[in-house]
Write a protein that binds this ligand. Structure first.
Ligand code: GLU
Length: 486
């Protein structure tokens, strides 16, 4: 059997990271087994679905590199097929026309609530209370329609919904890849609506028909769908279709254990791109968020494809840990190809002004060293600021202090060494400074602060010798000159 998985988002909003993780698991599982990974946009809810949300989901999937093997299926385009299946089920006796109206259903629920409230009143005998409770339970139980065994319509043109004839009695068992064996009573399954009174299919029907038609063998999705699975399986059975393997993945929670919300960093997947995370870091982090193998923390995509299995998915909800995400991101920043990394950095660098050709050269040269200095692209971009700041440099407080008269006198003296230095490389500069210190009996502690202040204005920067190499002789001397002239 060739494995086919799918990711089936509803385009009613952004792709949040829980959805991205679901997509990733499906993608990895398909790749692991040499199968197919498909994408279906579940836009049956016409009112809440928007083309913007679809575009945002596709953008996020592309950013993460979760490429589907076929063009996305739009669920709404299959509506006729969904309806045809519902009618086929009527023919088979596994679905029926139901003439109960929405108003009647509401009245039934209201009555159930009334009975439930009545059962809580004081002054009832035990028997009366029990009777009321039983009536309430029956009214509020999963709906079984009075039309499930047929009957004459109330009027020839009476509107009807098409409902599943839910399994009669007994127990229903699901072997879930993550949750294990789960058994419920058949009475917990309702005669669910498959076609509305206007003939349009419901999500509950559409998802089953589409998964069947797309040949889906494994459904990996959030555990918020676990109950739905018990309602969907009877549709497969009614049509005599193979039931896929299900794996329901626990939700992502915040650090405090509460359900993930904006407050915890539950942002859209692409918001993480804007915050300067790399897609491979996001994937590696999301993989470990809810799945593990041994104690390996960081997986490359190739390693993840080789290792991913459903049995490694944790049963307990995962907790989003933004510090850990940052650490994983720092790892992948360091591991990234430098040309690519520079390309990724450009928009972040340009947020503080257009790059000049000199900026580009200096940053490219400094990148191998400075890529250690940030756990996001935003932080990393800030680490290059000292190379880009325009003359005359604004001085921070510490820099002003370092450029006292004494500091300037030292700066003036050492500048002469730089004027004549032949080898303008970090090693050459370093050797020249060391020789100068030895010759004049000074320490780096005496020369360094003024030099650093003149070259960076007090912005964070690494060792001075590489800083001077990246700046180049001309800019270095000009920055020193500005301070001596000032
Ligand atoms: N469209 C559903 C959702 O976004 C997913 C359904 C499924 O994966 O079966 O929650």
């Amino acid at each position: 059997m060739r494995v086919v998985t799918r990711f089936a988002p509803s385009p009613t909003g952004m792709l949040h990271i829980g959805g991205a993780r679901t997509a990733l698991f499906n993608y990895l599982f398909a790749r692991r087994h040499g199968g197919k990974f498909l994408l279906r946009i579940e836009d049956t809810d016409r009112e809440r679905s928007t083309p913007e949300a679809t575009a945002a989901i596709l953008d996020a999937m592309e950013w993460l590199g979760l490429t589907a093997d076929e063009p996305p299926v739009m669920q709404s385009a299959q509506a006729e097929r969904h309806a045809a299946v519902a009618h086929e089920m009527i023919r088979r006796g596994t679905a029926f026309r139901c003439y109960v109206t929405a108003e009647e259903l509401q009245a039934r629920r209201d009555l159930g609530e009334q009975k439930r409230a009545a059962a809580r009143q004081e002054g009832l005998s035990d028997a009366e209370r029990e009777a009321l409770r039983a009536e309430a339970d029956a009214l509020l139980a999963p709906f079984r329609s009075p039309w499930r065994s047929g009957g004459e319509p109330p009027a020839p043109d009476a509107p009807f919904t098409v409902r599943l004839r839910a399994p009669e009695a007994g127990s229903r068992t699901l072997e879930d890849g993550v949750q294990g064996t789960i058994t419920i009573d058949a009475s917990e399954i309702d005669d669910l609506v498959m076609l509305r009174a206007d003939g349009t299919p419901t999500y509950m029907l559409a998802v089953v028909v589409d998964d069947h038609d797309m040949g889906v063998t494994h459904v990996i999705r959030g555990d918020d769908h676990l109950r739905n699975t018990f309602r969907q399986v009877p549709i497969y059975e009614a049509m005599g279709w193979d039931v896929p393997q299900f794996a329901h993945v626990p939700m992502i929670h915040g650090q405090d254990g509460a359900k993930l919300s904006k407050r915890h960093g539950a942002l859209s997947t692409t918001a993480y791109r804007d915050m300067g995370y790399l897609p491979e870091a996001m994937k590696a982090y999301l993989l470990r968020l809810g799945w593990s193998q041994g104690d390996q923390e960081i997986f490359t995509e190739a390693e993840a494809i080789a290792a991913f299995d459903i049995s490694g998915i944790n049963k307990a909800p995962a907790r989003l840990d933004l510090d850990k995400l940052a650490a994983v991101n720092a790892h992948f920043i360091r591991a990234a190809d430098e040309d690519r990394l520079f390309g990724l950095l450009v928009p972040f660098l340009e947020a503080s002004g257009a790059l000049t050709p000199e900026d580009t050269t200096r940053i490219r040269n400094a990148l191998p060293t400075l890529k250690e200095r940030g756990s996001t692209l935003i932080e990393l971009a800030a680490a290059f600021e000292f190379l880009r700041v325009r003359r005359p440099l604004p001085l921070g407080k510490g820099a002003v202090k370092a450029l006292s008269d004494e500091g300037k006198a030292r700066l003036a003296a050492i500048r002469r060494e730089f004027d004549t230095l032949q080898d303008w490389s970090a090693a050459g500069i370093s050797a020249a400074i060391a020789a100068y210190c030895a010759a004049t009996g000074q320490s780096m502690g005496q020369i360094g602060p003024a030099l650093r202040a003149a070259l960076t204005g007090g912005l964070p920067a690494p060792d001075l010798a590489p800083v001077m190499e990246w700046l180049g002789r001309e800019e270095t001397l000009a920055r020193i000159g500005d301070q001596l002239a000032g």
